[in-house]
Design a protein around this ligand. Structure first.
Ligand code: SAM
Length: 216
């Protein structure tokens, strides 16, 4: 992703404590207490500009959504959208997926979305892919029993790698699609900003759902 530096982004985010957690001092929140209800918690890692979660939070008001993004210049757009839409069930974290355990308690998350994450095609960068085993180990800890990972990507290489990595880790895969937009399950699909971009170019979208077997 090409980043446009926004020198005001840090201040903007820090001035929206209702929508975004920016400080490590606030880590290990009790998210259900913060949302003020016992609704399921769905988290998107690498949320980008937040199109997906902003729309999901409107469609599913009985679910709490959190978007995690490492770049403030990108996250600022997601938070601006949330402020304009004033969704009480949507919040963001400025942080790295590698630090998930700093932000969530064990078994706290009901579903993790991994949408169009950076493919890191070079073998030497494998550990940076958000479906590398070290990330799966984190997901296993923060997901509740029966919790799922939902993944979408335009990148065939990352998809094939993810199927292998998830399977080797022992996850059960289901609802695998090699061209999501041609499928019936697409009727309820909410597009992310990257998905919209690649779909307009005519590229197929790959999708899968996965769960840890001992957690079902
Ligand atoms: N999910 C959005 C979508 O589908 O349109 C954005 C996709 S964009 C290609 C990937 C995003 O993930 C970028 O904004 C990037 O900064 C973020 N990202 C990559 N690695 C991350 C990590 N380890 N922790 C948090 N965010 C990360």
């Amino acid at each position: 992703m090409r980043l446009r530096h926004k020198p005001w982004a840090k201040d903007y985010l820090e001035n929206q404590p209702e929508y975004v957690l920016t400080s490590l001092a606030q880590k290990q929140q009790n998210w259900r207490e913060i949302f003020g209800n016992e609704n399921p918690l769905f988290v998107e890692v690498g949320t980008g500009k937040g199109q997906f979660l902003n729309e999901m939070s409107k469609l599913y008001s009985d679910v709490n959504f959190i978007g995690l993004e490492k770049f403030e210049s990108v996250l600022v757009t997601a938070v601006e959208r949330a402020v304009a839409g004033s969704s009480p069930n949507l919040k963001f974290i400025l942080g790295n997926a590698a630090d998930l355990l700093d932000y969530f308690h064990l078994g706290e998350i009901d579903r993790l979305y991994v949408n169009f994450t950076d493919p890191w095609p070079k073998k030497r960068h494998e550990k940076r892919r958000l479906t590398y085993s070290s990330f799966l180990a984190l997901y296993e800890k923060v997901l509740r029993p029966g919790g799922e990972i939902h993944l979408k990507t335009d990148n065939q290489g990352l998809f094939e790698y993810s199927i292998e990595s998830l399977s080797q880790y022992g996850l059960m895969l289901k609802n695998i699609s090699l061209d999501l937009h041609q499928e019936e399950q697409c009727a309820k699909n909410v597009m992310t900003e990257y998905e919209e971009k690649f779909t307009k170019k005519g590229q197929p979208i790959y999708r899968l759902e996965a769960a840890f077997p001992n957690k079902i």
